[in-house]
Design a protein around this ligand. Structure first.
Ligand code: FES
Length: 128
């Protein structure tokens, strides 16, 4: 049995900003958005989840900085289990709900979760 490695929530925003409209997120699958932070551009991937939204840095823990969707292909999810995010490079699996790594070359780490909230139909960065 593979041991799960937890993700951590990171706070990259100093102020609230709109990341995207909730309507831009499909019922199943992730959407990538580039955002500007005080520390530069960041690739985020956002998913609908249990009536809300979860957001992660689009970077696999196997090779730091490698996007989970090489060449922008795919919807980020395991084709047979939509509760798992699958890295399209070497297949590491992360739990959609919390970013924990459940299988593969995750280097003992989960995805970096970014705090967001939904308000008035928009996904908003959470700076607190
Ligand atoms: S870069 Fe993601 S599993 Fe290798």
């Amino acid at each position: 049995m593979t041991q799960e490695h937890c993700s951590q929530t990171i706070h990259v925003f100093k102020k609230e900003m709109q990341i995207c409209s909730l309507d831009e997120l499909p019922a199943v699958g992730g959407v990538e958005r580039m955002v500007e932070t005080e520390n530069g551009r960041l690739r985020l991937v956002l998913f609908r989840h249990e009536g809300g939204v979860v957001a992660y840095v689009n970077g696999c823990k196997h090779f730091t900085g490698t996007p989970l969707n090489p060449n922008g292909v795919g919807n980020f999810l395991h084709p047979k289990n939509s509760n798992l995010i699958r890295c399209g490079v070497h297949g590491a699996l992360y739990r959609l709900a919390n970013g924990a790594c459940v299988e593969g070359e995750c280097d003992g780490k989960g995805l970096d979760r970014v705090a967001v909230t939904v308000r008035d139909g928009y996904v908003i960065s959470n700076c607190s």
